[in-house]
Ligand binder design. Structure first.
Ligand code: UDX
Length: 437
C-alpha cells in the first residue's frame, strides 16, 4: 500500500519505518529541510533502540523515502497519517495549529479514495472537525480516521510491531477494512483490531494514559504513607499484586512520571473536562500528587542533611525521565537538580545517553561524567533518579570506598534495603519503612 506519513518526530518516524518494514511503500514528509536531508542520509534525530538500523534498511530498499514535498507524495497515497506535534498550551489544552496547517496543504492534492488518519494525540472532536474542514476545502466528503498510538519510548518498535491492540475510530465502517489490512502483519491472536466511533478512539488514548498516570500517582501516595506508618511498599506491592484484578504492572513507586505524554495528556484531559463544565477531581489529584512526588527526593536529601546543603557534593545517576531514552522532557531529575543547585549543592552527574540534553540546559553548572562510578569520588551521597539497567548490579564496596559518606538516596528502589544496611549504607528509598532503621 502507498502510505504518506506527515511529521518525522518520534511517532511519525516509528510509524513510517514499521509500515515500510512490513512491505509498504512509505514516504515521510517533513517541512524541516535539514531534518529530511539527515534522514535521507540515515541519521535519525532521536535515540530509539533498533530504529536507526531499520530506517537504513528500508531506505536502502527504497521502501522508505523522506521528502519535504506534498505535491509529489499525496496524490498517490492511499493512507495519509498525520503525526505532527500537538504541544501543550499555557492553559493545558492542546495546540492544534499544525494539524490544521497540514489539512490545508493536503486538501488540494488528495486522491478520491484516500484516507486521512490522525495519529497525533488530539482532543475529542478533532477528527470530526478535520472531516468538516476537508469537506469545506475539497467540496466532497473525505474519509478520516483516528488511530492513536500507544508507543513507549525505548520500546517503540516492539510496541508497534506487537501491539496489545490497535484502535481506530472511523467516519464510516468501510474505512476500518483498509486499516485492518494495513495492520494485519502486526496483529496476533488475543491482540485485536478495534474499530469504533471517532470520538471513542480519541478518548481511548487519553483514558489509557490517564489511567496509567493514575496508577503511578496512586502507588506513589501509598509509598509515602507506607514510610509514615512503618510499612514497606515493596512488600505491599507484592501483597496486592497477586489479586488479579490489581496485578503488578505499572505500580512501581518512584520520583513521579515524566516524559512527553503523561504530563501533557493529563493536563489536556483536565482541560477537556473543564471545557465541558466538569471538574475532574481524580485527574486533578493525579497531577498534584505527581508534581509533589518530583520533589520527594530533594526533601529526603534535605531532611537527612538537616537543611544544610551548601557546599555539599552529590553524585547523581540517571537524568532521562526513564531508562533507554535520552528524553529529559518533564524529567524528575531536572526538578531535583534545580532544587539542589538552589540549595547551594555541587552536582556530579551521569546518564548513559541523556547527558548532552542536560548539558544544553545547565552548561557548566554541573560536572558531567562518562561513567557512573566516576561521579562518586568525594561525594557526600549518591542519588539515583533513573533505573538504568547498568545501575542495578552495583559494586557496593567500590561505592563505599569512593563516597565521603555511606549514603544512598534511591528514587527507584533498585536495591535490597536489608543488604544495603548490612553493607553499612544509610539507604533511603521510596516507601521503605523508616521505623526499621
Ligand atoms: C507512555 C505510555 O506508556 C504510552 O503507551 C504512550 O503512548 C506514551 O506515554 P512513555 O512516556 O514512553 O509512554 O513512558 P512509560 O514507559 O509509560 O513511563 C512513563 C513514566 O512513568 C516514566 O516517568 C516512568 O518512570 C514512570 N513510571 C512508570 C513509574 O514511575 N512507575 C511505573 O510503575 C511505571
Amino acid at each position: 500500500m502507498k502510505i504518506a506519513v506527515i511529521g518525522t518526530g518520534y511517532v511519525g518516524l516509528v510509524t513510517g519505518t514499521c509500515f515500510a518494514e512490513s512491505g509498504n511503500q512509505v514516504t515521510c514528509i517533513d517541512i524541516d529541510e535539514h531534518k529530511v536531508q539527515k534522514l535521507k542520509a540515515g541519521e535519525i534525530p532521536i535515540f530509539e533502540p533498533g530504529l536507526e538500523e531499520m530506517v537504513k534498511r528500508n531506505t536502502k530498499a527504497r521502501r522508505l523515502l523522506f521528502t519535504t514535498s506534498y505535491d509529489e507524495t499525496i496524490p498517490d497515497a492511499k493512507c495519509i497519517f498525520i503525526a505532527v506535534g500537538t504541544p501543550q498550551k499555557e492553559d493545558g489544552s492542546a495546540n492544534l495549529d499544525s494539524i490544521w496547517k497540514v489539512a490545508e496543504s493536503l486538501a488540494p492534492l488528495l486522491a478520491e479514495d484516500s484516507i486521512v488518519i490522525i495519529k497525533s494525540t488530539v482532543p475529542v472532536g478533532t477528527n470530526r472537525k478535520l472531516a468538516e474542514l476537508l469537506q469545506k476545502l475539497t467540496g466532497r466528503i473525505v474519509d478520516v480516521a483516528s488511530n492513536p498510538e500507544f508507543l513507549k519510548e525505548g520500546a517503540a518498535i516492539d510496541d508497534f510491531s506487537k501491539p496489545d491492540r490497535v484502535v481506530v475510530g472511523v467516519s464510516r465502517p468501510e474505512i476500518a477494512d483498509t486499516l485492518h489490512e494495513l495492520y494485519k502483519p502486526f496483529l496476533r491472536t488475543e491482540h485485536p483490531f478495534l474499530s469504533m466511533e471517532l470520538e471513542s478512539a480519541e478518548m481511548t488514548k487519553y483514558v489509557a494514559n490517564c489511567m496509567l498516570a493514575t496508577k503511578i500517582s496512586f502507588i506513589n501516595e501509598m509509598a509515602n504513607l507506607c514510610e509514615r506508618v512503618g510499612a514497606d511498599i515493596n512488600q505491599v506491592r507484592r501483597g496486592i499484586g497477586h489479586d488479579q484484578r490489581i496485578g503488578f504492572s505499572f505500580l512501581f513507586p518512584g520520583v513521579g512520571y515524566g516524559g512527553s505524554c503523561f504530563p501533557k495528556d493529563v493536563s489536556a484531559l483536565i482541560s477537556v473536562a473543564k471545557s465541558h463544565q466538569m471538574e475532574p477531581s481524580i485527574l486533578n489529584a493525579v497531577d498534584q500528587v505527581n508534581t509533589a512526588q518530583k520533589r520527594v527526593l530533594f526533601e529526603k536529601v534535605n531532611h537527612y542533611f538537616k537543611g544544610d546543603l551548601q557546599g555539599k557534593t552529590f553524585a547523581i545517576w540517571g537524568l532521562a525521565f526513564k531508562p533507554k531514552t535520552d528524553d529529559i522532557r518533564e524529567a524528575p531529575a531536572l526538578v531535583l537538580i534545580d532544587q539542589l543547585l538552589q540549595a547551594g549543592a555541587q552536582l556530579k552527574v551521569h546518564d548513559p545517553v541523556a547527558m548532552n540534553n542536560v548539558k544544553d540546559i545547565y552548561g557548566d553548572q554541573l560536572a558531567y561524567f562518562d561513567h557512573h562510578y566516576d561521579t562518586l569520588q568525594g561525594a557526600d551521597a549518591l542519588v539515583i533518579v533513573t533505573e538504568w539497567n547498568e545501575f542495578r548490579h552495583a559494586d557496593f564496596d567500590y561505592i563505599l570506598h569512593k563516597l565521603s559518606n555511606p549514603i544512598i538516596f534511591d528514587g527507584r528502589n533498585l536495591y535490597e534495603p536489608d543488604k544495603m544496611k548490612q553493607k553499612g549504607f544509610d539507604y533511603i528509598g521510596i516507601g521503605l519503612s523508616s521505623l526499621k532503621s
